[in-house]
Design a protein around this ligand. Structure first.
Ligand SMILES: C[S@@+](CC[C@H](N)C(=O)[O-])C[C@H]1O[C@@H](n2cnc3c(N)ncnc32)[C@H](O)[C@@H]1O
Length: 223
């Protein structure tokens, strides 16, 4: 899903660790000076690409729950020579950043893995600034597929069984305070299930619920 120029911008180890289902950088339209947050940053590929696009006056945060992926991402960012990155330990259901602190939230094949997607969408709305935007790649099911039919097509950890349907994604984003929401299928990954690009703009306060901000160990890139 990444072009040859993008592949050339990241260390081989970051490319090898890539476990996404799309290229959120291609849709996020990142600008110099912006603050970007990648939910479930894994080996750090999208954080490194974001850091280059927002430049030294911007910041790219990666959030992941596993020490192993955080260590790999920090090493990859160091090898890539990007200093404007911070990798945070935490869960995407309780994002360890203050309200209204982020311009763009990206994510690559992670939201389907959450067992509380309403919390994730509400948390995205909380951390975004007014007018902030979402550019996410995820697996999304066609609306006619029941939960059981999705589970028949693949496992939860395989990013299939936990996928939202297109309607569920659109409704969830609207309930969380987003407008201009869209879910665009890009490629089929199983019968009736697709890699998709999810876009939205935050224009309102979240309606569903607010979640407490948790303390998380933040550390700058190692360089
Ligand atoms: C399928 S991989 C995708 C990694 C990365 N986005 C990429 O494109 O290569 C999922 C990543 O999300 C992390 N993850 C899964 N559920 C999470 C959660 N609820 N909170 C934080 N991180 C999570 C995992 O540790 C893993 O690194």
């Amino acid at each position: 899903m990444y072009g040859s120029a993008e592949r050339g911008e990241v260390p081989q180890a970051a490319l090898r660790a890539s476990l996404g289902c799309g290229n959120p950088i291609a849709v996020a339209e990142l600008r110099e000076g912006e603050v970007v947050l990648d939910l479930g940053s894994g080996g750090g590929i999208d954080v490194i690409l974001s850091a280059r696009r927002v430049g030294p006056t911007g910041t790219a945060y990666g959030l992941d729950m596993t020490d192993e992926m955080l260590a790999l991402a920090r090493q990859n960012a160091c090898d890539a020579g990007v200093g404007n990155v911070h990798f945070l330990k935490g869960v995407i259901e309780q994002i360890p950043l203050p309200a209204g602190s982020v311009d763009v939230v990206i994510s690559n094949c992670v939201i389907n893995l959450s067992s509380d997607k309403a919390a994730v969408l509400t948390e995205i709305a909380r951390v975004l600034k007014p007018g902030g935007r979402v550019g996410v790649s995820d697996v999304v099911a066609e609306d006619q597929l029941t939960q059981q039919q999705r589970a028949e097509r693949g496992s939860f950890v395989g990013c299939i069984a936990g996928a939202l349907s297109k309607r569920e994604y659109l409704d969830g984003l609207q309930a969380a305070g987003f407008d201009d929401v869209s879910v665009e299928f890009t490629h089929e990954v199983a019968d009736g299930m697709h890699g998709a690009i999810v876009r939205a703009i935050k224009t309102r306060a979240p309606e569903r619920r607010g979640l407490p901000v948790i303390q998380a160990a933040a550390s700058a890139g190692c360089c």
